[in-house]
Ligand binder design. Structure first.
Ligand SMILES: [Zn+2]
Length: 168
């Protein structure tokens, strides 16, 4: 990773950590990201991506957080633009199986992440999540599904499907 890119990701991490802290310390009932932080987020992610991520955070269908009873296994579930499409994202892992992630993040390196990953990072400190406790076995099954989906998304036969049509 180039030093510039490293610094870029580092500033994203520190901004998200600051947002988390200020929201945790806030006494107000309704947690809101300060305007200053929103401007910083916008400068790092761009207005369009930030707007789409915030739409997901405040969506009617909330982001789900599956966690095992002891809390060691955690997995986010975010709905795609089409309601029957669901993306699973591990906390702290910048990866998503959506088209946008593959095209804009991995291939074009034009975006640091996709709206789904960004939405999970904002939903957590904002408390906009439905938490679902699951058994270890169910978590392992979720994880196995996810790995299968990732392998499918890495198949070369799918690599050019829908390329450039991604507007996430
Ligand atoms: Zn995504």
């Amino acid at each position: 990773m180039s030093p510039d890119l490293f610094n870029f990701y580092d500033s994203i991490d520190s901004l998200l950590a600051r947002i988390s802290c200020s929201l945790r310390d806030s006494n107000s009932e309704t947690k809101e990201i300060s305007n200053d932080s929103l401007l910083e987020l916008e400068s790092l992610f761009g207005q369009a991506l930030l707007g789409r991520a915030l739409n997901l955070v405040y969506n009617k269908t909330p982001i789900k957080l599956y966690r095992t009873t002891n809390g060691t296994g955690q997995l986010f579930e975010v709905h795609g633009s089409k309601l029957d499409v669901v993306y699973q994202i591990y906390p702290g892992v910048n990866f998503c199986t959506c088209e946008s992630f593959r095209y804009w993040v991995l291939q074009q390196q034009h975006q640091p992440t996709c709206k789904h990953v960004l939405a999970t990072q904002l939903a957590l400190p904002l408390g906009r999540l439905t938490e679902i406790t699951i058994k270890d076995k169910a978590y392992v099954e979720l994880k196995a599904d996810l790995i299968r989906a990732r392998f499918r998304s890495l198949q070369p036969s799918n690599a050019s499907a829908g390329e450039g049509s991604s507007k996430h």
